[in-house]
Design a protein around this ligand. Structure first.
Ligand SMILES: Nc1ncnc2c1ncn2[C@@H]1O[C@H](COP(=O)(O)OP(=O)(O)O)[C@@H](O)[C@H]1O
Ligand SMILES: [Mg+2]
Length: 324
């Protein structure tokens, strides 16, 4: 086993709202190795964004606070870094691709200015080498006539093209860890498939560890090696992608898989599961899923299940999996 690129241990991030304190991330642990992709899935509000925002220390202030845990990037705890050190880590050792490519690009600056900025800041490039590197980067993500595109403004490019520019910027350092949150939802299906191929290729080329947040089962199957299923701020099941699809254990995972009619490119996990999504400000005493769970027992309402390892690499937080 090689050492993981990113290892999150018992991460806890709470939010103070006027409805009370929300345990948005409540004891989350996982690790991702170089070249590996972890899919982070679960209904909306389950804590996926807060988890990766905590890794980057970009949680909404002042409401959110990272209360504990460790975020080890190549063994280096990011929760112990100063804000100044974090600024050098973001975009360099850890890069992020978000849903809306427009929000990652500044509409008033040319593509060239935006692509050159990290190259100048982090790599100290300037003049001709800087321009050449910018052209090379755009070409490496499949953008044709890259020299011309550098002069264009974001609104002059198609959605797919903008997404490629964001991808180019994300791998410019290249980073050790790439976090992608629904990076293809704003794209049509053909462009989506191309973009996913590109991300895979960049990952292989640079040996990136990747955290991939998506609602799309087809994308999970195509992109991820392992899956972590989140519910109410916790990872309730984790396993290899094949295991999660073929032999899901946690009733929530099973409900998620059953809530889609079939596996395909456009099937999505919707909030189509019976019962109400949990109110994170008023979670029940035992298992957070118990009120919606068809298998709930007395114990589930009284005691929170710990994580049970079924086989190495496959774990579930459910009393049904308690060893006899
Ligand atoms: N800026 C915020 N202020 C208050 N609550 C928030 C904020 N951002 C997220 N939350 C709450 O934190 C919880 C986790 O949210 P989030 O991580 O965004 O979920 P996901 O990405 O899985 O949809 C949710 O209950 C959400 O309502
Ligand atoms: Mg989110």
């Amino acid at each position: 086993m090689t050492a993981p690129v990113i290892e999150v241990r018992d991460l806890r991030t709470h939010l103070v709202t006027r409805w009370g304190t929300i345990k948005a991330v409540d004891g989350v642990s996982f690790a991702v190795a170089a070249g590996e992709t972890l899919g982070l899935v679960g209904e909306s509000g389950s804590g996926k964004s807060m988890t990766y925002l905590s890794i980057l220390r970009l949680v909404p202030r002042p409401a959110a606070r990272i209360l504990g845990g460790q975020v080890l990037l190549d063994g280096d705890d990011l929760l112990k870094k100063s804000e100044r050190e974090m600024q050098r880590i973001r975009g360099k050792r850890v890069a992020m691709i978000l849903q809306d490519p427009m929000s990652s690009l500044n509409p008033v600056f040319s593509i060239g200015m935006q692509v050159r900025e990290p190259l100048a800041n982090y790599h100290g490039l300037s003049g001709r080498p800087l321009k050449n590197r910018a052209v090379e980067l755009l070409a490496s993500v499949g953008i044709s006539s890259p020299a011309d595109r550098l002069r264009a403004f974001p609104h002059q490019l198609s959605g797919g093209m903008r997404q490629r520019v964001v991808g180019a910027m994300a791998i410019s350092s290249p980073p050790r860890l790439l976090i992608a949150d629904e990076p293809t939802t704003s794209l049509d299906l053909t462009i989506q498939a191309q973009y996913l191929r590109l991300l895979k290729e960049l990952q292989t080329r640079h040996g990136l560890a990747m955290i991939f947040v998506t609602h799309n089962l087809g994308i999970v199957a195509k992109m991820c090696d392992r899956v972590a299923v989140m519910y109410a701020g916790r990872i309730v099941e984790t396993g290899a992608v094949g295991t999660i699809f073929r032999a899901p254990r946690h009733p929530y995972t099973r409900a998620l898989l059953e809530s889609v009619p079939r596996l395909g490119a456009s099937t999505e996990w919707l909030t189509a599961i019976e019962g109400q999504p949990p109110d994170l400000a008023a979670l029940p005493r035992g298992c957070a899923f118990a009120p919606r769970c068809p298998h709930a027992m007395d114990r589930c309402l009284a005691e929170e299940p710990p994580e049970f390892t079924l086989v190495p690499g496959h774990a579930s937080r459910c009393w049904l999996d308690a060893p006899a």
